[in-house]
Write a protein that binds this ligand. Structure first.
Ligand SMILES: NC(=O)c1ccc[n+]([C@@H]2O[C@H](COP(=O)([O-])OP(=O)(O)OC[C@H]3O[C@@H](n4cnc5c(N)ncnc54)[C@H](O)[C@@H]3O)[C@@H](O)[C@H]2O)c1
Length: 273
């Protein structure tokens, strides 16, 4: 069902790699709701993924940009405004990557060059994106900027490795930059803390199958899917959430506030029955 919530709004969507990507589902949903946008991803992801299919499906153009390179971001923002015919109303930052995770380096045995690369891609890229938008005065008033996070920013999930630190950094940038974007430009900035989701980035985390199953049993409403994340994101891009800013918003079926669930208890009391 479409409510036309984003009719007339223009945006930039980072991070659609394949049809499992949260950004991919969001782009489809934004299109359904009448929004227009430019798609972007790292040049290497263009070759690996199938973003062209998404562009065709949604009538969007693709502008490659490495989100760690300010000059790429400047080019992206300028071209996006040209293509879309005006300033930007919504931005989705759906980017994450840890080289330590990829290479299987344990948290207690990090390679710090990898660590640096990881926080640049996963957290500082969000600052860079917002700084470019801010300096170019590229956002319309009451625009909305969203990045995706995970609860490992608050609680320990041992296999999440340095991505936990990257997410804490990302959420802090959302608050710090969100203050200035709010004060100076009336733009809101939030992060969505999403359930574990079977995507390329998600499945890269060691023990992913275990913790997605655990989270499913812990959450009163079950895990939130990528599609549901897209739907939630849409509300944050719409005019119905104008005063929501500087927040880290849990979209996790209730996991973050659940101490224990019946299902998890049963898994530990079987022997006694
Ligand atoms: N999958 C999960 O379990 C989960 C849970 C909570 C939050 N998240 C977050 O959601 C976001 C989207 O991830 P996803 O799960 O859809 O996986 P995904 O692998 O589909 O998306 C990650 C994207 O980051 C892009 N990227 C990596 N380096 C980049 C760079 N230098 N410049 C530009 N783009 C770059 C990749 O090309 C890819 O499109 C990430 O921030 C991720 O941490 C994922």
């Amino acid at each position: 069902m479409s409510y036309n919530l984003l009719k007339g709004k223009r945006g930039i969507i980072f991070g659609a790699l394949d049809e499992n990507s949260i950004a991919w589902k969001t782009a489809e949903k934004v299109h359904e709701e009448g929004g227009t946008f430019v798609l972007t991803n790292a040049p290497i992801a263009m070759r690996m993924g199938s973003i062209k299919n998404l562009a065709e499906k949604t009538g969007s153009e693709i502008i490659p940009a490495d989100a760690t390179k300010v000059e790429d971001l400047e080019n992206l923002v300028e071209k996006a405004m040209e293509i879309l015919g005006g300033k930007i109303d919504f931005v989705l930052h759906s980017i994450g990557m840890s080289v330590n995770v990829r290479k299987g380096n344990h948290y207690t045995d990090m390679n710090y060059d990898f660590t640096t690369k990881g926080w640049d891609v996963s957290a500082v890229s969000f600052h860079k994106t917002m700084q470019v938008l801010y300096k170019k005065d590229a956002m319309n008033e009451w625009g909305s900027i969203v990045a995706l996070s995970y609860m490992a920013a608050q609680r320990v999930f041992p296999d999440y490795n340095d991505m936990a630190d990257n997410k804490a950094y990302l959420e802090s940038i959302a608050r710090s930059f969100g203050y200035f974007f709010g004060k100076d430009k009336k733009v809101r900035v939030n992060t969505i803390s999403q359930s574990p989701t079977p995507t390329t980035a998600g499945q890269g985390v060691k023990g992913f199958d275990g913790f997605i199953a655990f989270a499913e049993k812990m959450s009163p409403l079950g895990n939130a899917t990528a599609q549901e994340c897209a739907e939630y994101t849409l509300t944050l891009f719409s005019d119905l959430t104008k005063k929501v800013t500087l927040q880290n918003l849990y979209h996790d079926g209730g996991f973050s506030n659940t101490g224990v669930s019946q299902e998890v208890m049963e898994a530990f009391t079987k022997d006694e029955e």
